[in-house]
Design a binder for this molecule. Structure first.
Ligand code: NAP
Length: 176
């Protein structure tokens, strides 16, 4: 069966890598679509990286630890109609059987408005591996290199991600 794993991946980190391992370990799953949500959003404290940058970071993460031929990595934009969002997702990705998500809105929308199976993923060392913690550590000059695969670290440096995130704090937007 093919699984879809959804997130914003801002940035992809070792927690996501471990969740991918968990999904591929399931007896009935042989392929994964990694779906990058909010693909149109970028240059904000909650979504600092572009959809394309997140596709590249996730591709390098997968290449470094898994067989890339078992994966599809796709970014899609949000739409402002929750009730037709599952159809929007289904329209833009290869066919899939089951969606892995811990987001309760996403669970409800897919349960009520699609015929896809919905499954949760384990939360892996959440107090450590979290996009929000990584973004906050970057802002506060704290260590974050150990929280992302080395390929992702190199790309964030190449994109000027550290400088970008710090520059975004000049506005008074709250960090989420
Ligand atoms: P989210 O609301 O963006 O984030 C959920 C939070 O849970 C994040 O902090 C994430 O951490 C964390 N998390 C999720 N699974 C985890 C796991 N297995 N282990 C550890 N932490 C986990 O939700 P999302 O599920 O990541 O992304 C949902 C996407 O769907 C968004 O892009 C959203 O905009 C989109 N969406 C769009 C519509 C619409 O367009 N109408 C409707 C519904 C949803 P990390 O930051 O560390 O990943």
């Amino acid at each position: 069966m093919r699984a879809l794993y959804l997130g914003r991946f801002n940035p992809p980190h070792i927690g996501h890598q471990k969740v991918l391992e968990y999904i591929l370990d399931q007896q009935d799953i042989d392929e994964i679509i990694v779906l990058i949500g909010s693909g149109e959003k970028a240059y904000s404290l909650k979504n600092p990286f572009t959809g394309g940058e997140r596709v590249e970071m996730m591709t390098k993460l997968v290449q470094s630890s898994f067989d890339l031929s078992k994966f599809y990595i796709i970014a899609i934009p949000d739409i402002n109609r929750n009730t037709i969002w599952p159809a929007h997702v289904i329209d833009l990705v290869p066919p899939f059987d089951v969606i892995y998500t811990n987001n309760s809105l996403v669970q409800q929308l897919f349960q009520n408005l699609s015929n896809k199976q919905v499954r949760e993923t384990p939360l892996i060392e959440r107090d450590k591996y979290s996009g929000k913690i990584i973004r906050n550590n970057i802002v506060n000059g704290k260590k974050w290199k150990h929280l992302v695969p080395s390929e992702v670290y190199s790309l964030i440096k190449k994109y000027g991600g550290v400088e970008r995130i710090i520059a975004l704090t000049v506005s008074d937007e709250v960090i989420e």
